[in-house]
Design a protein around this ligand. Structure first.
Ligand SMILES: *Cc1c(COP(=O)(O)O)cnc(C)c1O
Length: 231
């Protein structure tokens, strides 16, 4: 059942790529397993799925330690500075860096372990008050300060959580704006910065996000079903 769901989402991504002339290999599907049991992850791992997304550090670390073979866990949710120490070395990519302060904390822990940590900067493109993330105007400045001052923090691109909308077409301008921002910053060839990863698109809008250039979609509900936050 979960494998079928995963394959269906993957197929829709591939079809969206073909419609706009993109190579399906350029889009990574991250299965967002937050709140779901390890057994769900194992079902997908057995079918060859390799990338999972979690938004709580404790849950990511526990699943990382318990999963039967090594897979990639993405830290997609807001990261508190006091949780950085635990997640460094376990998350393959931190999607949600939104302040210099947080990046400094990542730098300190990464330096201690002598590793480089791949991150994305989270942008609140639609400027929703309820959401974390930088405003589009502040992204380049943060990219420049991280790149020049924090050698263990490797910026790979940008991420956004688009608004919850009834019609995914409403988010097309949001995705287009983030893609353009990525290209603008990339064109400046800032040392120590890659601007190749665009993490955007969730269950309700991943097809539109792929059409607009997403390279990582984070899909939970369409694969695992509704989440129950009461448990
Ligand atoms: C939960 C979550 C997702 C997945 O959301 P769905 O709508 O279930 O696909 C994607 N990204 C982030 C940051 C999330 O917290």
């Amino acid at each position: 059942m979960l494998v079928e769901n995963y394959n269906r989402v993957r197929r829709e991504i591939d079809e969206a790529c073909k419609r706009v002339g993109r190579d399906p290999k350029d889009v990574l599907l991250v299965a967002v397993s937050k709140t779901k049991p390890l057994s769900d992850i194992e079902e997908l791992v057995a079918a060859g799925v390799n990338d999972f997304g979690e938004n709580k550090v404790q849950e990511l670390c526990q699943k990382y330690d318990e999963v039967s073979k090594p897979v990639n866990f993405h830290q997609i949710g807001h990261l508190q500075t006091n949780k950085v120490k635990q997640v460094i070395g376990k998350a393959c990519l931190i999607h949600s860096v939104d302040s210099f302060h947080l990046a400094e904390k990542i730098e300190a822990e990464a330096a201690k372990k002598d590793i480089a940590v791949d991150v994305l900067l989270e942008v609140n493109v639609a400027e929703e008050e309820s959401k974390f993330g930088l405003t589009t105007e502040n992204v380049e400045e943060l990219v420049r300060s991280i790149a020049s001052e924090l050698p263990h923090v490797k910026i790979q691109g940008l991420m956004t959580i688009a608004p919850f909308v009834a019609d995914p077409e409403e988010n097309r301008p949001v995705f287009r704006k983030l893609h353009q921002l990525l290209l603008d910053i990339k064109s400046k060839n800032i040392d120590n910065v890659n601007m190749d990863v665009l993490s955007m698109g969730m269950t309700n809008d991943y097809v539109v996000a792929v059409e607009e250039g997403s390279t990582i979609v984070r899909v939970g509900t369409a694969i695992f079903g509704e989440r129950n936050y009461q448990v």
